[in-house]
Design a protein around this ligand. Sequence first.
Ligand SMILES: [Zn+2]
Ligand SMILES: [Zn+2]
Length: 251
Amino acid sequence: MKAIFSKLYQGLIELIFPSLPQCPVCHREFIHGEINLCEKCITEIEFIKEDYCLKCGKLILSNQDFCYDCQHSNRHFDGSRAVGLYDNGLKEYIKLFKYSKYRMLAEPLGDLMSNYTNRFYDIDKFDIITYVPVHQNRLEERGFNQAALLAKRIGENLKIAVEDLLIRDEDTLKQSKLSRKERLKNLKSKFKIKDNINIDDKRILLVDDIYTTGATVNELSRILLDNGAISIKIITLAIGRDLDLKRKFKF
Ligand SMILES: [Zn+2]
Ligand SMILES: [Zn+2]
């Protein structure tokens, strides 16, 4: 009898004070909005709103149209856009997202990317979504590919098929430890398209978590175009600042 009352009491408490969902980053309870992150964690993100490179989406000085890299190199993709700056909040969330216990961050982060894809591109013009591959060794080590999880979420939201098209052939040296020249060399022929894939005349959205120099997505765009695709657009979660902007403000 006592147990029944206790259960009833518990039920009544939950009815009056329903437990709120927890923020997947800071674990505080919060009122669920459109994006499954608490208000505080959302305000930690520096969203890209204006003054971005018209080609790659990188933050630039307001009197410029293109960033240093896009002015000085050939871009195979039509355009690239990012949700926010690779700094503060996003930098931390991407770091957490690497750990499997934070794997569910794919949901809110993928939702933000879906919103930005919708904002910057005509989503009816995409036939396929694909993502930057990781090497098999790294996949086994981590258990998942962050870019693939984000692509899956975007595909679900925008109702576009997600296909696994690309392979990272051998483990590339740690890109961040290399100079710009070495990075480009290191990328050559590390990627290839999977066998028996037909992407003739396809318009593809390529997904990655971070855009730095753009060398990886540029190389993958070249491969996709060489294999029959007709247009490649890119969406990433985070992006850096242009060199000129860094110089001026000493970031
Ligand atoms: Zn939070
Ligand atoms: Zn650019």
